[in-house]
Ligand binder design. Structure first.
Ligand SMILES: C[S@@+](CC[C@H](N)C(=O)[O-])C[C@H]1O[C@@H](n2cnc3c(N)ncnc32)[C@H](O)[C@@H]1O
Length: 248
């Protein structure tokens, strides 16, 4: 078993349902009736996708990582969700009532040209005056207080995990390399060792606002992670944003 097969257990403590509710409230100003068709970028194994679809909306969920999409499709029934492997830039023309990219998807995009291209693709798939909600590491907070190495032990669905995370920050390039080593032991005593490595770009809210405006969004509002009523500050390491598409 590799990272993909363990993914849902590794993140089982993440409250996808609560996140989906907050995202939909942000997309509809609290009135869920307005968002019937949602575009999700960076759906991973589909946990947000299923949580969105549980609100009786249809979800088109894309991820560039084919193994993630395969896990999403294998994870069981997904009524209301269409999973597509590939970049949002390659989606056929369509119009959605809102878009979301959750769990640091924008940090995976490490150069400005690619980020503009992703935001433009999202904007071009949105009805005028609809919104794109995303969350991310706050580059300002992370550059002041860079991610630290960490060792975590936890249990999930009968498995025990020992995770060693090493983070190397390059502040001048606003990049962090995160390497995770996982030791997993299953209910029957089976042992797996696997690893993953990712590079995250530490985008600041000012940079994200510039990119969003260049891509066709008229405004971006940053708030504390899962506290939509509180404006984000330089100390908030994890933030979320609503980018409003300009009116037609
Ligand atoms: C941390 S995972 C989050 C997955 C899922 N949203 C979740 O919360 O479990 C980030 C995902 O974003 C995807 N991703 C990164 N850049 C992307 C892009 N430009 N378009 C689509 N997916 C992207 C990665 O492949 C990865 O699966």
């Amino acid at each position: 078993m590799n990272f993909y097969q363990h993914y849902n257990r590794l993140y089982a403590s993440k409250d996808y349902r609560a996140e989906a509710t907050v995202v939909l409230d942000l997309l509809t100003n609290g009135d869920g009736a307005d968002c019937q068709r949602l575009l999700e970028v960076g759906c991973g194994t589909g946990s947000h996708s299923r949580a969105f679809a549980a609100h009786n909306i249809s979800v088109t969920a894309v991820d560039t990582d084919e193994e993630m999409i395969a896990s999403a499709q294998a994870a069981g029934p997904h009524d209301g969700v269409t999973f597509i492997a590939g970049p949002v830039e390659q989606l056929p023309p369509d119009q959605f009532d809102g878009a979301a990219a959750m769990f640091n998807v924008v940090n995976y995009v490490t150069d400005r040209t690619s980020l503009i291209s992703m935001f433009q693709a999202v904007a071009s798939h949105l009805h005028p005056a609809s919104s794109f909600v995303f969350d991310c590491w706050n580059g300002v907070a992370a550059l002041i207080d860079p991610p630290r190495n960490e060792v975590r032990d936890f249990l999930s669905d009968g498995w025990s995990y020992h995770v060693t995370m090493t983070a190397v920050t390059d502040p001048m390039r606003q990049l962090v390399e995160v390497s995770n080593e996982f030791d997993a032991e299953g209910p029957g005593g089976e042992a797996h060792h696997f690893s993953n490595r990712l590079i995250h770009r530490l985008w600041t809210p000012a940079e994200l606002t510039d990119v969003a405006r260049e891509a066709g969004f008229s405004s971006v509002h940053f708030m504390r992670w899962m506290v939509p009523g509180k404006q984000a500050t330089a100390e908030d390491w994890k933030i979320m944003a609503v980018a409003r598409r300009g009116a037609a």
